[in-house]
Design a protein around this ligand. Structure first.
Ligand code: COA
Ligand code: AMP
Length: 630
C-alpha cells in the first residue's frame, strides 16, 4: 500500500483503522471501540480499554525475549560518559523506583513533577510514574524557578523528582537552589522530593522533605504495572501560550501508545531492534515522544544524548554518535543543523565517520529552511524529511512517511497529512480557501489518537484557545497553505508564540516579566529573524515618567530579570528603550509591523495606526541593535 492507500483507508473507516493499529498494543482489557464522542466537540480514544504504558514500553519486551537488547544508550560528551541499559535492567530499575515512590504514597492519578537533565534517570522517572498510573509533568531544565513554581502550582504534584545538577557547556546548572526557590514560591508544596545526586555535584538535602534517589529505593518491594483506563492521562506537558501562564497539555494513555507505535515504522521507518535517535531534550514534546516513549514502545534502542550539536567537543558530534551507535533514523531541529553547518560548511567532519547505517534524517520543531535541508541532503546523502507537529498533537501532523512510501520532496513543505489528520486552510470567517491560498491551518475534529483531549484543569481555556474560533475544527495557531498536490506549507504563527532554536516561547510571558520591572511603564516583545536560532525575542521598554537612570542599566536589569524569571532558554538578550509604542487607535500594539521593520521587510502602514511617526522612532531604536538595516 502506498501513502494514498493508507490515508484513504483511514478516511473510509477511521474506527476500523485505529482499532487495527490498537492491536499492536498489549491491553489488559482491549477497548470495545476506538472513538468516544463526549459531545460538544470533545473526544476521547480507547477510553474503556485498560492498559499500562510502562508495561508496553518495557516489560513486554522482556517477556517477548528482548531483555538483553539495549533499551537506552546514554552518551554524554559533556561528562565524557557512556552507558548501555538493557530492557531487563530498565525493567528492574523502573520497578524498584516505582516501588519506592509507592512506598511513599504515590498512587494512580497523583502528579509527579520531574526536573532533570538528559540522563537515563529522567526516562526512568517518567516510566516509574507511568508504571503506577501516576501522571508525570517534566519541566525543561532551562526553565528557572518561577516557571517551575507556576507548573507546581498548576499540577499540584505529590512528589518532585530532580537531579542535583545539569551540565551546560562551560557551566554547571545548579538544580537544587532552583528547585528550592520554586517550592518556596509555589503555594502548593509537594509531600517529598527525590534528588538524584550526580557525580558532578552533590546537593545538600532539605531535611524532612528530600530523599536520596538511591537511599529511598533501598530494600523496597518492586512495583508491578497498574492498568489504567485508556483515557487516563499519561502525562501533562506545559507549553507556551499567549500569556505567562503555560498550558498543561494532557496526553491520554491509550491513544498515546497506539499513535506512537504506528509512527515508528510508518513514519520513521525503523523496526524493533533498530537504533533510533532524537537529539532533543526530555523537557520538550519531542523528548517525551521520541526519546522516551515511542522508541521503547516499539522495541527500539533510544539514545539519551547530553550534549550540543557544536562545541561538545566539535561539529562532528552528531556524526560520531550516529556512526558509533549505528543510528538508523535521526531526528533533530533545523537550528541544530544550522549550527553545525556554520562551523563546518563543507561537511569535513561528516567525511571522518562511517555513516552507512543512517537511512534518513527528520527535522521538526520549527520551519525547516530549504537551504538547510538541501545542505543536509547533499552532505549526508540520505532523505532529509521535514515534518510538522506540536506539543498539543504529540506526534506528526504532516510528514513524509518513509516506512510506507517516500513521497517526492517539495522544499519548504513537510509533505502530506498523516492518517487521522484532516487538514483545512480557513479564512478569518472559517471558510475554506482555494489551493495555494494562505490562511489559518485548522484540523477537522476529531483529532487522531495521541493528541490532546483537553488541558489540565482548564476546559474553558482549551475551548477558547483551540475550538471556539472555528467551530468543528482544532485551531493549530499556525498559518500556511495546501497546494494543488495536497502538500502542506507552514508559514507563521497566528499568535504571540515565537520559536527560538526550536524552543516554543511566549512573548506575552516575557512582557509580563518586563512589566514587573519598577521602571517599566509599558513594553512589547517581538520575535525577530535570526540566522541561527530562527527567531530571537526583542523587547521595547517605555519607562515610567520621572525615571532618568541610564537606559543601558535598565536594559541590563531587564535582561537579567527575564533570565531569572523564565530561564536562560528564553535567550532574551535584545532590548531597547523607546518613548512610545506604535498602536492602533483602539490601543492594540502593532507587533507584526514592528517585526517587519526589524526584519527589513516591506510593510504597509496600518490604516488604523494612531501616530505613524512612531514607526520611525522604532526603526531608529532597532537600528541601534543592528536590525532594520534597509
Ligand atoms: N538547562 C539549562 N540551561 C539550558 C538548557 C538546559 N537544559 N538548555 C539550554 N540552556 C541554556 C543555554 O545554555 C543557553 O544559555 P546561555 O544564554 O548562558 O548561553 C540558553 O539556555 C539558550 O539555549 P539555546 O537557545 O538552546 O542555545 P544554545 O546556545 O544552548 O544552543 C544551538 C544553540 C544553536 C546549538 C541550538 O541550535 C540547539 O541545539 N538547540 C536545541 C534544539 C532542540 O533540541 N530543540 C528542541 C525541539 S526538537
Ligand atoms: P512545539 O509545541 O514546541 O513542538 O512547537 C510547535 C510549533 O512549532 C508549531 O505550531 C509550529 O509553529 C512550529 N513547527 C513545528 N514543526 C514545524 C515544521 N516542520 N515546520 C514549520 N513549523 C514547525
Amino acid at each position: 500500500m502506498g501513502y494514498q492507500d493508507v490515508y484513504d483507508s483511514w478516511t473510509s473507516d477511521p474506527e476500523g483503522f485505529w482499532m487495527e493499529q490498537a492491536q499492536a498494543i498489549d491491553w489488559d482489557q482491549p477497548p470495545s471501540k476506538a472513538l468516544f464522542d463526549r459531545g460538544d466537540h470533545l473526544y476521547e480514544w480507547f477510553a474503556d480499554g485498560m492498559v499500562n504504558t510502562c508495561w508496553n514500553a518495557v516489560d513486554r519486551h522482556v517477556e517477548a525475549g528482548r531483555g538483553e537488547q539495549t533499551a537506552i544508550i546514554y552518551d554524554s560528551p559533556i561528562t565524557h560518559t557512556k552507558r548501555w541499559i538493557t530492557y531487563v535492567e530498565l525493567r528492574n530499575r523502573v520497578a524498584t523506583l516505582a516501588g519506592a515512590l509507592r512506598a511513599k504514597g504515590v498512587e494512580k492519578g497523583d502528579r509527579v513533577v520531574i526536573y532533570m537533565p538528559m540522563i537515563p534517570e529522567a526516562l526512568e522517572a517518567m516510566l516509574a510514574a507511568a508504571r503506577l498510573g501516576a501522571i508525570h509533568s517534566v519541566v525543561f531544565g532551562g526553565f528557572a524557578s518561577h516557571e517551575l513554581a507556576v507548573r507546581i502550582d498548576d499540577a499540584k504534584p505529590k512528589a518532585i523528582i530532580a537531579a542535583s545538577c545539569g551540565m551546560e557547556p562551560g557551566r554547571v546548572v545548579h538544580y537544587k537552589p532552583l528547585l528550592d526557590g520554586a517550592i518556596e514560591a509555589a503555594a502548593h508544596k509537594p509531600d517529598f522530593c527525590v534528588i538524584f545526586q550526580r557525580e558532578q555535584e552533590v546537593a545538600e538535602l532539605t531535611p524532612g522533605r528530600d530523599v536520596n534517589w538511591h537511599g529511598f529505593q533501598y530494600g523496597v518491594e518492586p512495583a508491578d504495572c497498574v492498568p489504567v483506563e485508556g483515557n487516563h492521562p499519561a502525562y501533562i506537558l506545559y507549553t507556551s501560550g499567549t500569556t505567562g501562564q503555560p498550558k498543561g497539555v494532557l496526553r491520554p494513555t491509550g491513544g498515546h501508545l497506539v499513535a506512537l507505535n504506528w509512527s515508528m515504522k510508518n513514519l520513521y521507518n525503523v523496526d524493533p531492534g533498530d537504533v533510533f535517535w532524537a537529539a532533543s531534550d526530555v523537557g520538550w514534546v519531542v523528548g517525551h515522544s521520541y526519546i522516551c516513549y515511542a522508541p521503547l514502545i516499539h522495541g527500539n534502542t533510544t539514545i539519551v544524548f547530553e550534549g550540543k550539536p557544536v562545541g561538545t567537543p566539535d561539529a562532528g558530534t552528531f556524526w560520531r554518535v550516529i556512526s558509533e551507535h549505528k543510528v538508523r533514523s535521526f531526528f533533530t531541529a533545523p537550528t541544530a543543523f544550522r549550527a553545525v553547518r556554520r562551523e563546518d560548511p563543507n561537511g569535513d567532519f561528516i567525511g571522518k565517520y562511517d555513516l552507512s547505517c543512517l537511512r534518513a534524517v527528520y527535522l521538526a520543531g520549527e520551519r525547516a529552511d530549504p537551504d538547510t535541508i538541501q545542505w543536509a541532503q547533499d552532505k549526508l546523502n540520505v532523505p532529509v524529511i521535514d515534518h510538522w507537529w506540536q506539543t498539543e498533537t504529540g506526534w506528526c501532523i504532516a510528514g513524509n512517511p518513509l516506512g510506507i512510501e517516500e513521497l517526492p520532496t517539495k522544499l519548504g513543505s513537510p509533505a502530506k497529512p498523516m492518517p487521522g489528520y484532516d487538514i483545512r486552510i480557513l479564512d478569518e470567517a472559517g471558510h475554506e480557501v482555494p489551493a495555494g491560498t494562505l490562511g489559518a491551518i485548522a484540523i477537522k475534529l476529531p483529532l487522531p489518537p495521541g493528541t490532546l483531549p483537553g488541558l489540565w484543569n482548564a476546559e474553558a481555556r482549551f475551548r477558547k484557545s483551540y475550538l471556539e474560533h472555528f467551530p468543528g475544527y482544532y485551531e493549530t495557531g499556525d498559518a500556511g497553505m495546501i497546494d494543488e498536490d495536497g502538500y502542506v506549507y507552514i508559514m507563521a504563527r497566528t499568535d504571540d508564540v515565537i520559536n527560538v532554536a526550536g524552543h516554543r516561547l511566549s512573548t506575552g510571558g516575557m512582557e509580563e516579566v518586563l512589566a514587573s520591572h519598577p521602571d517599566v511603564a509599558e513594553c512589547a516583545v517581538i520575535g525577530v529573524s535570526d540566522q541561527l536560532k530562527g527567531q530571537l525575542p526583542l523587547g521595547f521598554l517605555c519607562l515610567s515618567s520621572g525615571v532618568n537612570r541610564p537606559h543601558e542599566e535598565i536594559v541590563k536589569e531587564c535582561v537579567k530579570l527575564v533570565r531569572e524569571q523564565i530561564g536562560p532558554v528564553a535567550a532574551f538578550k535584545l532590548a531597547c528603550v523607546v518613548d512610545r509604542l506604535p498602536k492602533t487607535r483602539s490601543g492594540k500594539i502593532l507587533r507584526a509591523t514592528m517585526v517587519k521593520i526589524a526584519d527589513s521587510e516591506e510593510f504597509k502602514t496600518p490604516a488604523t495606526i494612531d501616530d505613524p511617526a512612531i514607526l520611525d522612532e522604532i526603526r531608529t531604536a532597532l537600528q541601534g541593535l543592528g536590525y532594520a538595516k534597509a
